[in-house]
Design a protein around this ligand. Sequence first.
Ligand code: BYC
Length: 469
Amino acid sequence: MSIDYSERIPNNVNLAGDRTLQRALEHWQPKFLDWWKEMGPHDFASAEVYLRTAIGVDAQGWASYGAVKMPDYRWGIFLADAIPDRTIGFGDNYGQPAWQQVPGELRSQFRRIIVTQGDTEPASVEQQHLLGHTCPSLYDLRNLFQVNVEEGRHLWAMVYLLHAYFGRDGREEAEELLARHSGDADKPRILSTFNEPVQDWLSFFMFTYFTDRDGKYQLKALAESGFDPLARSCRFMLTEEAHHMFVGETGVGRVVKRALEVMKELGTDDPAAIRAHGAIDLPTVQRYMNFWFTSSLDLFGSEVSSNAAGSFAAGVKGRPDESQYEDHVCRDATYDLETPNGIETVALRNAMNEVMRTSYVKDCEIGVKRWNMQIQRAGHDLRLSLPSPRFRRGMGAWAGMPVDPLGRIIDRAEYDRRIGEWLPSEADRAFVRSLMQRVAEPGKMAGWIAPPDRGINNLPVEYEYVRLN
Ligand code: BYC
């Protein structure tokens, strides 16, 4: 079904055919807009931004581009097309018809997962609330806002499910999604990373590279769900998510490129000299990577999880790209986990978080390889690397363990002494923040980042992507 933009809430779910649901969502809509005004991009309500908007849900040509004031963005409800006669692809209900309603006994499991997913979306917008003021270019400013409006739409996707399938509980949860706030002492966001401040653009690029990639994996797992409306919502969200990770990968790549240009110009890799020249040295990039990668690893939950086992068994949440596996039931299969006490063999169903985390880590490696190719081509020996997934963990078997970035358990005193070498220090953060000065002339770039290879939608890099009225 195509998207109907003549409706107050654009949708392809025939909202007009369910007046009660439509009214409930129209009641939530102004609260969302109030939240956006207060917690969304600060001070840019009148700016005209070159944004893409969904006009369909098929892979070809789903987007239209044009100048939009963000508060006028048409947030709506879009589900990917239904797969006829879809069956559940994993767990104890393998091969049964997918559910069009939530089975009563799985209600609280589904609600918890949809709420957790929904909570991250506005959280990320809140984290990025002030970044527009320090954009390195109009091109980057536009990308930030594109990410923000789409995270807003992803919130709509989860709120639709809560309203449409969870009755009064769902409506209450939808209100709570606007009441919790990132970093709030009394009502924080649910998951750890979404309470971390994102105060500079290097953090933003790391966040969109590492944390949005958790989004990719979680959405892929939910796109396998036996609850068909959830699966279809997530399939469409994934098409939007790809751009966010592109922003992260190219953003970090451009920071690296600029550092290499300055290193060449100065004929040194001395971080102090590179900093004095207004670029970000590669060891600092590594420390930011260490921070955001390890924080994002925690988003997969514990290695051994009865929640994960229960979700898999029931058909609530599968593995990303479930079709790549031969055994979709995993009733007797086991998994060898590396714990601080050695290898532990556990039921595979209980290790599903770890299975997902392992695929995620592999995916994270791809961008790091590309950044290292740039460094290698420039003739330098330094290489960026992902720290061991045991390093600086806050969840699971390795939580709080004194482990170095290579994954070795070390003496607690040594860990405490050296942790400052591995993570951004206050001085690093202050330095990076000092570079964050707004550059808002079309085609101009801040001195700490190289220009992108190309513009958006075949437009030149110099295009005025945001008109700051
Ligand atoms: N911080 O059994 P456990 C995205 C909680 S990102 C705080 O180990 P489980 C996006 C957990 O909730 C994707 N708490 O793990 C990216 C549980 O609490 P309850 C977001 C944590 O349940 C960028 C307890 O610890 N989507 O879309 O198997 C921008 C024991 O948990 C953390 C999802 O996450 C943590 N890091 O799995 C915008 C998908 N980790 O319930 C958007 C939905 C765990 O006992 N969520 N806990 O009170 C899920 O599938 C699961 O909730 C989790 C945890 C994977 C998060």
